[in-house]
Design a protein around this ligand. Sequence first.
Ligand code: SF4
Length: 504
Amino acid sequence: MSQVRPIGYKAYSPRPFLKKDREKVEILFGGLSWRAENVLQALFENLGYLARPLPPPTREDLMLGRELADIGQCCPTSFTAGNLANFLRTETDRIGPDAVVENYVYLTAGACGACRFGQYRQSYELALRGLGLDSFRMFLLAQDELDQGEIAGGGIEMNMPLTIGALWAVLCTDVLQSLEYQTRPYEVTKGQTDKVVRESVDFLCDKFRKRPYRGKKLGVLVWHLTTNYFVDALREVFDRFKAIEVDRLQAKPVVKITGEFYIQTVEGAPSYDIHAWLENEGSEVYPAAVATWFDYLFRIRAQAIAEYVGIKPRARIELARIKGLHYLYGWAYNRLRAALRNIPHEMPSQSELRRLAAPYYHHRLQGGEGDMLIGKALWAHLRNKAHMICELSPYGCLPNTMSVGAMAGVLGDHPDLLYAPLEVKGDAEVHALSRCQMVLTEAKKRAKSEFEAALEQSGLTLEMARERLDAMPEMKKATYHVPGHGWVGIGANLVTELARESGR
Ligand code: SF4
């Protein structure tokens, strides 16, 4: 009698990607904003790789991701798996499966637990198998290691020049994005901001492509921290923004975007294009910075080490090292921000986020954005950073579901906090946007009454304020930094500033 031998589970193990193949194999990546992805592509080129970001994710990607991978997974998994699968499928039709598995590799960030982020790779594997591309190579890199050395057979070196460069690419594009979102809603000539941003991204790409070589170890970090190379590049970007005329004498609600990392970062289909939608509805969007995520990674590493002080030898030294790096990271961000005259939003302090969230969410619950969603909502509300919070919660996301639940307690204590949690599942747009619309109506009212209060307090009418503004052309440039006077909206702060300026 023949015996059936059980087939055991075999973990995916990609064929090596050799150094000698670098010139003909293209590295695919994605999951960030188009600005960061473009600059990262230039960084890869700087290091001698062929690389390209995947096309912007679409609704079709979501559907394909659901079809090919686990249907019950969170929607960012479906979007990213489908995005990769759609690209590879199109390429398979064009050049055939053998050429696809030879010509491309996919590079993505990964982690273990506590949410589905730790299982993305399994979803990709499933999708690849469904496409008949089992031998396609995909490589995972840890998101919290600066020097992972050679991976994948030497074809990719996850070393300091790449990881530090990637960090700076994210920081530079974050501050640019923040300036962009504070300009576009007020631009006088429609489309001018987008044009300047496109040119600025191209310019930054050129700078990253030509980044000088500074070794492979600590010298790279020291150079990035001390050089004026990126600061000067951003100053040139700032000069381009000077040409944009803006009219900030308007009462626009500021809407802070929070939520799951992927959904809040990738503008477009994964978030129902909420950024553009909110702007079309007359808001100023306060986008989510990727820089804050890395800031959080520093914090959770420090939190974990702190628990071993007095137990594990050298824990105190390691804690001091992480805290030192964390400080330098914040300092580097602020340096780049200052190159854009501090108009980009500041990074909220991690200790303040933790403190604000503490009564509602434990700081050691680390899935997704952890306690940051609660902390950010309270920070934006209590510190007058936004009129309203729009939290993007993916369908099937456990950490976000917990945050939304904990927010019930926050709203009980802060009933005046305008909060719109949107469940994002890719195909329930009308429902999500109409929910957002309801809270936005309140935010608009709030922005309007704040603007009127600013006029009344300064003793100006709108006409008088406009006359004064017309007499000060510098204040009509996108590069004019409106000082904060305790109001949330830029229009209200401008009114107070105009009253002060003319009183001088
Ligand atoms: S945070 Fe939520 S949406 Fe994001 S990977 Fe984890 S489970 Fe999925």
